[in-house]
Design a binder for this molecule. Structure first.
Ligand code: GN1
Ligand code: MG
Length: 366
């Protein structure tokens, strides 16, 4: 999908019910899927900012379903927070179109607009255990508040999104098709995957047996999807609700560890730097258990270290499959970008295997 031009963004923002005069519109580079812009509007000398996204229709083919999910989750959270003692927790607010819809389809694509949550900051890399704890607590709270949201109420906008066996099949297809003629260059990575096939079905087997319930999950719990208050340093909002749908709760915990406890960026080319920071991991366990406040079953708590390994492995499968398919899903900024991402994930999986017993400490309590 091509990156959208500033002119089409300029045109798209006019479809939303925003008061005032447009003062600026600038691209905001974050995320691998949508195109994002931030705008500033002036009314009576006061400036308000908004975040606009052109939605990726290759990845999200059911935009109406996606926006239905977001509306539903936001409304549920607002109800819950209205009756809680968490006044500083902020829920993302969608700005309707001039016709009162949640999104707008025009020549340049499908667009939506959120109110920009001011005086907050998102971190791409974790600066310490307090930050990790806060982020994990926020995602745990999110999970806690959604625990009674009916899993049938949300659409499965990307089928099998959280299923590791499905991600393995996608990789196997990409290997068989070898569209970009790259399979011969990734033999060590393919071998790495083959040596770990027994991991892939563990969670789906548990779900089939009913060891724990399927619940609504966030589905993209990267540290930079948490907004921190610039003054207090407290986590005040969880953003990017695109993948909120029925899944397994620990997917959220696993993805949180994958990203936040990593010792380098997700796409670090120097593999020597890839690894897992145990102090950050422990802070994530504490924060998540505290935030989710008894939502996890005993079986789930025991599976926390495994979930971290499985989600990291599964993201590795996805990045590798996209590399082999010719980089058609995740945005890339350089040759081999998806391969670098896959390699970092696999290196982290190896470290988690070595650290298995240390990662278990603390997850059995409560
Ligand atoms: C994508 O674009 P972004 O960063 O919000 C992806 C997630 C991955 C993540 C990896 C819809 O999220 O599943 O975990 O990249 N989102 C989708 O960084 O596939
Ligand atoms: Mg996302």
């Amino acid at each position: 999908m091509s990156v959208c031009s500033p002119e089409s963004a300029q045109d798209a923002v006019k479809y939303f019910a925003i008061e005032g005069d447009l003062r600026s519109l600038t691209p905001f580079h974050r995320g691998h899927i949508h195109d994002t812009y931030i705008s500033a509007w002036e009314t009576d000398g006061a400036i308000r900012r908004y975040l606009h996204q052109r939605l990726n229709r290759h990845v999200f083919q059911d935009i109406a379903g996606l926006m239905h999910n977001i509306e539903h989750v936001v409304a549920h959270l607002e109800r819950k927070l209205a009756n809680s003692d968490e006044p500083d927790f902020r829920v993302l607010r969608l700005i309707p179109t001039v016709d009162g819809d949640t999104w707008s389809a025009n020549e340049s694509g499908a667009w939506r607009t959120y109110e920009y949550i001011e005086n907050t900051i998102a971190h791409d890399a974790c600066e310490g255990t307090d930050e990790a704890y806060q982020a994990a607590r926020a995602f745990g709270r999110f999970q806690y508040h959604l625990r009674d949201l009916d899993v049938e109420a949300l659409h499965e906008t990307i089928p099998n999104f959280f299923s590791s066996p499905f991600r393995l099949r996608q990789l196997q297809e990409a290997i068989a098709q070898d569209k970009a003629d790259r399979v011969s260059e990734v033999e060590p990575e393919i071998r790495f995957v083959r040596e770990r096939l027994e991991m892939v079905d563990v969670i789906d087997d548990h779900l089939r047996k009913g060891s724990f319930p399927r619940r609504i999950v966030h589905g993209d719990t990267k540290l930079n999807n948490v907004l921190f208050d610039r003054d207090t340093g407290r986590a005040v909002s969880v953003v990017d609700l695109d993948t909120c749908m029925a899944g397994w709760t620990l997917y959220d915990f696993g993805d949180l560890v994958r990203f936040t406890a990593a010792s380098c960026a997700e796409d670090e080319p120097d593999l020597g730097r890839a690894g897992v920071n145990l102090d950050l991991y422990r802070a994530l366990v504490d924060g998540y258990l505290e935030g989710s406040d008894g939502t996890l079953t005993a079986v789930e708590r025991e599976l926390m270290p495994f979930a971290a390994r499985l989600v990291t492995f599964t993201l590795g499968l996805r990045f590798l499959a996209d590399h082999l398919a010719g980089d058609t899903y995740f945005k890339v900024a350089r040759d081999g970008h998806n391969l670098d991402r896959a390699r970092v994930q696999f290196r982290m999986v190896e470290r988690m295997e070595e650290l298995e017993s240390s990662m278990r400490v603390g997850t059995e309590r409560l």
